[in-house]
Design a protein around this ligand. Structure first.
Ligand SMILES: *Cc1c(COP(=O)(O)O)cnc(C)c1O
Length: 425
């Protein structure tokens, strides 16, 4: 084969990779399995398994209820303070709680109530659907007459920046967007759009689920008001790990949690019948923290901090650039289309490739080629580079197998009808 991007070239990229050793910090149970779903469920860090075992056996098993005062009660804030280092936030501005959808709901209602004379939320049609559901729920909770303005992307890949800016008016309470779009990995200019929202008198709420852990976020420098995000993707916090929320310090006393609960009360253990919100961010807690699920988040965050987010980002750019080069050389001639921006500055850590036979290709890859990636209807295959453990050789092998499945028509053995019997795809 005359490809310039051959397997020797991939090996030499891995040899030059300054983060290569981090792969050994993760459980890799099947060396041959190419796992390109780090943007969906990150791998298990080796340390996490042992420390969880101790948490359960010693802290829960032996310390019993004393564990709360030994430290559990502070996990949401303590983990948030560590995570602040990846968000460009300060200690006391980040809290771990609930899921991303719930946090989005809480912060959106709080924001709408803080702008009571305005009735519009501006967003785009590239949003993760759950975010739209949560925004609509927030509007219903905040009162009557709200409008969700959904600016359409020109091509299903790029964010509709101009349409968003045009939609921000004197009636807009909130601009709510995913910083990185889950479909295409397009990434908005957070500082610029936040500034536009502020100029219109609106607040800005960012979902950074597909950015956190691979992108050097700068919430304070970018003037971000509110943010939420997920910890089981590039932060490797484990299935269903608690999500986080960020509220800029200056706003904390102005906003109220719409789902009040005792953990956000000023004195939870006074068992007072009236709710008085705690000072600061703790008011955004509702119920008892998920202690067992919070611990792995802290380890996941520590791994990224240890690697250094700038180095992680540099490798992410190198790997997505490499994937795009492989596409250009080997996959484009077979009918794959690139659905991810080519400019690194507008791209996070996955690459979306569309193919009319995407569904059958994904099935063949999984069944015969030992490659796990995801397929999103109608034709979108997503390949994520998780810089802490994805190798260049894996990316090279994945591209070669994609090529084989199409060139040798292996996908033809699979049904073209999208039938998915599993509950999670
Ligand atoms: C993964 C993801 C979520 C997940 O929401 P949960 O409520 O935690 O299940 C939400 N929004 C975006 C943009 C995501 O990427």
């Amino acid at each position: 084969m005359s490809d310039s991007l051959d397997s020797a070239d991939a090996r030499s990229r891995d040899e030059r990779d300054v983060l290569a050793a981090f792969r050994e910090r993760f459980v890799v149970a099947e060396e041959e399995l190419i796992y390109l779903l780090g943007n969906s469920l990150g791998r298990l860090p080796r340390d996490t398994a042992g420390r969880l075992h101790d948490l359960v056996g010693v802290e829960w098993g032996e310390r019993l209820i004393r564990g709360w005062n030994d430290g559990w009660i502070g996990f949401p804030q303590a983990t948030g303070d560590r995570l602040a280092g990846l968000l460009g936030a300060e200690p006391g501005e980040v809290l771990l709680a609930d899921s991303t959808s719930v946090n989005l709901y809480k912060l959106a209602v709080a924001a709408l109530r803080a702008r009571p004379d305005r009735r519009r939320i501006v967003t785009d049609d590239l949003q993760f659907p759950s975010d739209l559901y949560a925004l609509r729920s927030a509007m219903a909770a905040a009162g009557d007459g709200y409008e969700l303005h959904i600016a359409p992307s020109p091509d299903g890949c790029y964010g509709p920046v101009e349409a968003l800016e045009a939609a921000l008016d004197e009636n807009t309470a909130l601009l709510a967007l995913s910083h990185t779009v889950f479909k295409s990995a397009y990434t908005y200019d957070m500082a610029a759009l936040t500034a536009r929202a502020h100029a219109a008198g609106a607040l800005a709420l960012w979902d950074v689920s597909h950015s956190v852990g691979v992108w050097p976020l700068q919430f304070r420098a970018d003037g971000v008001d509110l943010a939420v995000g997920c910890t089981y993707k590039y932060l490797n916090g484990g299935p269903g790990a608690p999500a986080f929320l960020y509220v800029r310090r200056e706003l904390q006393e102005q906003l109220q949690n719409p789902v009040a609960g005792w953990m956000g009360q000023e004195q939870p253990f006074e068992f007072e019948l009236n709710y008085r919100p705690a000072a600061g961010l703790r008011r955004f807690l509702t119920g008892t923290p998920a202690v067992l699920s919070l611990l792995p988040v802290a380890f996941g965050v520590d791994l990224v901090l240890e690697a250094g987010i700038e180095r992680v980002r540099a490798k992410s750019v190198a790997q997505t650039e490499y994937l795009i080069a492989l596409w250009e050389e080997q996959l484009r001639p077979l009918g794959f289309e690139l659905r991810t921006p080519r400019e690194a500055a507008r791209r996070a850590s996955h690459v979306a490739l569309a193919h009319p036979e995407g569904w059958r290709i994904a099935q063949a890859l999984q069944a015969e080629m030992n490659v796990l990636l995801d397929f999103r209807r109608p034709d979108n295959l997503r390949l994520a580079a998780a810089p802490l453990y994805t190798t260049f050789q894996e990316l090279h092998a994945a591209a070669s197998r994609l090529r084989r499945v199409v060139a040798d028509r292996l996908y033809e053995r699979y049904s073209p009808i999208v039938t998915e019997t599993k509950p999670v795809t």
